[in-house]
Design a protein. Sequence first.
Length: 445
Amino acid sequence: MSAAAARPLAALLIAAALILSAVPARAVTLLRDADIEYALAELAAPVLRAAGLSPSQVGIIVVDDNSLNAFIIDTQNIFIHSGLILKLESPEALQAVIAHEAAHITNGHIARRLGNMRSARTAAALGAALAAATGVATGSGDALAGVMLGTQSAAMRNFLAHTRAEESSADISSIRTLVRAGIDPSGALEVQEIFRGQEALSARRQDPYMQTHPLTRDRLRALQGLVAAAGAKAADHPEADYWYARSRAKLSAFLRAPNWTLRRLDRAPSRDIALMSEAVARHRQSDLPRALKAIDAAIALRPRDPFLYDLKGEILLESRRAGPAIQVYSQARQLAPRNAQILAGLGRAQLAAGQYGAALKTLEEARGRDWRDSRVLRDLAVAYAKAGNAGMASEATAQRYALQGRLEDAGIHATRALGLLPRGSAPWRRAQDVLDAAQRAEKNR
């Protein structure tokens, strides 16, 4: 978060603290990758514009979880599980998921559930909201919902579980959005077919998507009618096909076994995607020469693609080649100077090379552009510690633990930071916000 960021809404932090005291902790890992997030943003842009939302104001973020789910916790982010992305088989299906979640935003469903609190704007608030989402998805959200909504009533037991009326409303809005965007709306049916029949399963056996987006036979028939009424299929979108294939290929290469990836390279829709996938697989096999050969061949095909340089920098850095990694990340930065994940990679390489002053500057710029990356906070803490600034190291660590929903640990480091930082400064205020949330959580245990 930038130094100029506003203090959070007090009510949201109260809710955050109460949530974490009510729900058993479970880590939620965000999978931050510049290439994947850019690809998803390209797929989302026409959908968001057609929904009346700004693509620059609503981000698509991947949750590192192989279960099937997508959800919103504020008006500025759509979270999609990696498992769902890999399960869907067309860009139109993924765009249908985005359109549906966007409909929940534009129809005011999340705003009402949060009592008109607009977004989770701090690490503590976002960590709490993600813990809430996980609590609902794993069936441990009953107490959470009562606290968030001011009641223990069973009628309000699912904080993120949309009502059937909301689902029907979102279905109608999402199909209209897809049609306006010129996207084949039958992708929405592909999504629902994945979950068809799960309503007969026990809650423990259902995918999380079913618990947050209840599907009934009547709703499915209504959705089929909406798609049929939309008319002929939309035109093909080669760019959407490319970015969809690329995002899934990279995600798969990192999450699935390297040999699985290597056996399927001939199925890639383009040569550059095949080479990128090979580079990831070879890197995960610790085969640096062949990993570099593959990524260099991909760069030769797309020499102005910053995300291929970003991947090469990651391969070099994780192979303990910090100096060359800095050079490659610098090339990526020249091509995408405002990308927070590329800045984070450059800062991480500078830190590994012992360039602590440069690393601090780069990493703080990355945090200013996107404060939700726990790796940046981890690296900032190390860089500040190396530079002898224990106060800022503790503040960054407190923020990282808060983002992960670990408020007890966050409170310890926030207390330490408050004793070392200038009172009233922006870092001091951030640490105080975390401590406030931690103390409220402790009181409500």
